[in-house]
Each structure stands twice: as C-alpha cells, then as structure tokens.
Design a protein around this ligand. Structure first.
Ligand code: ADP
Ligand code: GLC
Length: 486
C-alpha cells in the first residue's frame, strides 16, 4: 500500500465512551479513533449491541446477516454515534440485557460471558477476514480479554487475515473459562494447545490474544516492563518474556476536549493555566455539596473504582494522619462493598472533614478534578491510569504510587525537580508508611503557596493529550504492515 492511503483498523472492544463505560478502557476506545484520524488511520470499532449502543447508533446500515451466532441469528449494523464509526453486533440473545456489559443488576457475572465475548471475537475474525467485501481492514486491534479470542478464531478458522495487535489494559482480568466450553465456542481441538487458547487447564481469552497476536501493546512503558516480572505478571509473565521482542508500552492520553477546565460545562467556574484563581469557586461548590467545613484546608480527592488494585484500603489506614494535618478528603467511587462501607463510615465519623459519594457520577468527577487540591491514587499496580492525567490538566496535584503509568506521567516534586521547576506531583512506593509520608510531603508543599502554584502550572502545561501516543500507534500499524504477512 502507498503511504498516503489510510490504514483501516478494526478495533474490537467491549465498552466505548460515551456509550458504555465501566472504566478507562472505554475512554481509550472512545478517544483513540479521533486521535488517529490525523495520522491517516481510519478506525472502525466493533462493539456488542448492548441496548445503549443500538439506541445511540445513527445512519444505520445492515452490512451482514449471520444465520447462527451461538444459537440464534444476528445482524451486523454499521453506523455512527458521537463521531465514532461503529459496527454493532445486533444479537439480542447475547447483549439485550440490563446491567453493565459484564454483570447482571445483582452484581454477578452473566453465566454465558464466555459465549457473549467469544461471539465478539468470532465476529471480529470473520470481519477481519473479509466477510463484508466492502470493508477490508489492514489491522485487527483487540482490547483486553473480552476480545482476546479474535486472534484465535482468525488463526484456527481463516486462511487469510490482517495484521493483529492485542492491547492489555489490565492483566488481572484474564477471561478464564472451563476447557469443556471449547466445542460450545466452536473452536477446533487443535486450538487447545500451549501455543493457542490453553492456559493451565482452562481456556484463557487474554492468553490467546497474547500468544497469537502479531504484536502486544500495553498502556504504559513501565507497565510493559513490570508485566514481564512474576511480581506483576499475574501468571502471564513467562509468556510475555518469551514474546518480549513483540511487546511495547504506549501511554494513554485523555480526551482534552472533554477534560478542558477552560470550557468544561460540568464545573462551576472555568479556569486555565494562566488564570488558576477561579478554581477556588469550584472548591467551594464541591465542599458545599459534600457537607465539608468551609475553611481553607487542603482538600484531597479520590475518583476511582474501589478495588484492591487501587490501594484505597491503605488510605483508610492512614486517614488519621491525613486528618491530623488538618486536611479534608472527598471520595467518589464504587466497588468492593467493604471499602465502600469504610468510606461511608469515615464520612459519618468525621463529618465535615470527609465526604463520600458511592456511585458513578461523571459530573461530580469533573467537579472533584476542578475543586480538590490534590488527587490521591495509591494503586498497587496501575497499567496507565487516566484520573491522574485529568488531575494534571485541572491543576489538581496527583499524589500517586510509583507504578505503571502513574510512574510515567507524574514528575515527583523532589528537591531537585522543584529547583529545576519541573515537578508536577508527588510519587511514593505503595505501602502504608510511604503513603503516609507522601501525604505529609504534600501538606508541606501546600504550605508553600508559591511553590504549590508553580507546580500547578507545570501540571496544567503537561501534554496529556493523545497526540504523541496516536503517532506511536500509527507507526506500529505501519511497521506491522511493512512486515511480511501470513
Ligand atoms: P480504571 O480503568 O482502572 O478504573 P483509569 O484511571 O484508567 O482507571 O480510568 C478510570 C476512569 O473512570 C477515569 O476517567 C475516572 O475519572 C473515571 N471514574 C472512576 N470512577 C468513577 C466514578 N465513581 N464516577 C465517575 N467517574 C469515575
Ligand atoms: C485499565 C487500567 C487503567 C488504564 C485503563 C485504560 O482499566 O486499570 O490503569 O488506564 O485500563 O487503559
């Protein structure tokens, strides 16, 4: 192909912002297509036809009828929504359900998730292999375990196919299912091998994607290095070490139109790096909303899933230290019941000093980013993390664990960085003691208003957009296409 012809990428993903989102995966899937357009890359995203997807789809054209997709007929619908070019799998028996993409409203995984996301991989492979003649992708780009089987269906079911990339957003979610499902998934017996879908006696969706893709990426260079080690590899480090020449880390960005404090319609007062002062109005509104005492205390914020990964149980442990400095805390999140309860209790016991909202609230997330002084992310591991990048953009100093993408996006305000004028936040090793020390360091920094404002300006000027990373993905696609295909 010539360099001027656009590269066509079939992106395969189980959630996409703003249609369906449970985490950062949706943000990435939703933002990358627009970021890649200036790089001459056309991204068409294949998504399950959940009710929210079918409802949002515009300019709908049916492009393929499938007589039998795991028990019932299905249709592929090409359409657009919010500037995204999509192909939705209209298969009511698989996707027309309430709740989030993975769980029923009672919080339990759908019992047929293997088939639901097997179907996503199967359709992806047939599209990639040319099932719709007018649509011939050059690259199949699969995200996380839910899309992991695409590479397997391609390898074991089709003669030809495009180049393939698997991106890992979180190695903890591996999509492991009983080996007995192999026939139900319509995979041939030879797929169940150490080089294919088999993983410790089960079918591993993510493992298949990692073993069979032409290239593996993950969402930060540090996480790409970490996951080759037993400490972070979640049992897949051996495979990742074998494939080390085919694994790279490309940082996420954030959508700087959605996250722009100068234009954000969800915040009380707009501001930018040259006019930071209006932030104070956001802080006042935030405090009022959460019932926090109206003094000039340093306000720490948390916007996060409440899970082991995020290390927020450590924050509960060090809360007495945080409060002893005179600081306040606001937490927005949802997740593990015990952790939710711990923050609800803290807000009750420390009324006026700790505020807590359990739930998913886009608007409040923006207000916290615009009104808190610092954002806490004590993650035990963090493939990339997006909230700290939003925080940088909004002048909320990220106080983050030195892991994964947090290590790659925040510049610690050590003495040298302050002297050089380059610090943008605070980093620490994710242990209780070091989190405590980081809170004390942040408090000390806060007391020096001049330095704090300087760090805020540095943070707000950091480039957290998709531009650099979009160029890297485009280059990766070009490099793969330049290699000899199958
Ligand atoms: P992860 O994908 O591991 O949850 P990320 O930091 O990559 O973490 O992305 C999470 C995204 O979801 C961020 O944009 C964050 O602001 C947002 N988010 C997390 N929890 C909530 C919540 N309770 N309400 C609103 N937004 C949330
Ligand atoms: C995952 C990771 C998070 C990352 C996001 C998007 O949810 O936990 O660190 O930012 O995917 O890549």
């Amino acid at each position: 192909m010539t360099t001027s012809a656009p590269i066509v990428v079939l992106s395969v993903v189980s959630e996409i912002f703003p249609l369906v989102k449970t985490g950062g995966l949706a943000d990435v899937a939703g933002a990358l297509p627009a970021a890649l357009a200036p790089e001459h890359v056309r991204v068409v995203t294949l998504v399950p036809g959940y009710p929210a997807v079918l409802k949002a789809l515009d300019e709908v054209v049916p492009v393929l009828q499938i007589a039998d997709l795991f028990g019932n007929p299905a249709k592929l619908l090409h359409g657009r929504a919010h500037g995204l070019e999509l192909i939705a799998i209209d298969a009511p028996h698989l996707y027309n359900r309430p709740g989030n993409p993975y769980m029923a409203p009672d919080g339990r995984d759908w019992p047929d998730n293997a088939i639901r996301f097997g179907a996503l991989g199967k359709v992806a492979a047939s599209l990639a292999a040319g099932a719709v003649p007018s649509f011939q992708p050059h690259v199949l780009h699969a995200h996380d375990w839910q899309s992991g089987l695409a590479a397997a269906y391609l390898r074991y079911g089709h003669e030809r196919g495009p180049r393939t990339v698997t991106t890992v957003h979180n190695l903890a979610f591996q999509g492991l299912f009983p080996a007995s499902l192999l026939p139900a998934l319509a995979l041939p017996p030879q797929a169940y091998s150490i080089n294919g879908v088999e993983f410790h006696g089960e079918i591993g969706f993510l493992k298949a994607g990692l073993a069979l893709a032409d290239w593996i990426t993950t969402v930060s260079p540090t996480y790409a290095a970490e996951i080759r080690t037993p400490e972070y590899g979640m049992g897949l480090d051996g495979l990742l070490r074998v494939r080390t020449e085919r694994l790279s880390g490309i940082l996420n960005g954030i959508d700087d139109a959605v996250w722009n404090p100068a234009t954000d319609p969800l915040i009380a007062a707009k501001f930018d790096a040259r006019r930071i002062a209006p932030r104070i109005a956001n802080k006042a509104v935030l405090k009022q909303r959460l019932g926090l005492a109206n003094d000039d205390a340093l306000l720490f914020g948390v916007v996060s899933r409440l899970t082991w990964q995020k290390g927020l149980d450590m924050l509960v442990e060090v809360l007495p230290t945080l409060l002893a400095t005179g600081a306040q805390l606001v937490v927005l999140g949802t997740g593990e019941r015990a952790l939710q309860q711990a923050f609800i209790d803290a807000a009750r016991i420390h009324q006026g000093r700790v505020g807590c909202v359990i739930g998913y609230d886009e608007e409040l997330a923006h207000l916290i980013q615009a009104g808190a002084d610092a954002l806490l992310m004590p993650s035990r591991y963090e493939p990339c993390g997006l909230a700290q990048m939003c925080a940088l953009r909004y002048g909320t100093l990220p106080v983050v664990a030195h892991v994964g993408g947090l290590a790659d996006t925040v510049i610690d305000c050590n003495d040298m960085a302050i002297a050089e004028g380059v610090g943008t936040g605070v980093q620490f090793t994710p242990t209780i003691g070091m989190l405590e020390a980081a809170i004390l360091r942040t408090t000390a920094l806060w007391r020096n208003g001049r330095v704090w404002r300087r760090v805020q300006r540095n943070a707000m000027r950091a480039d957290v957009s998709w531009r650099r990373s979009a160029r890297r993905y485009a280059q990766l696609y070009r490099d793969l296409l330049a290699e000899k295909g199958r």
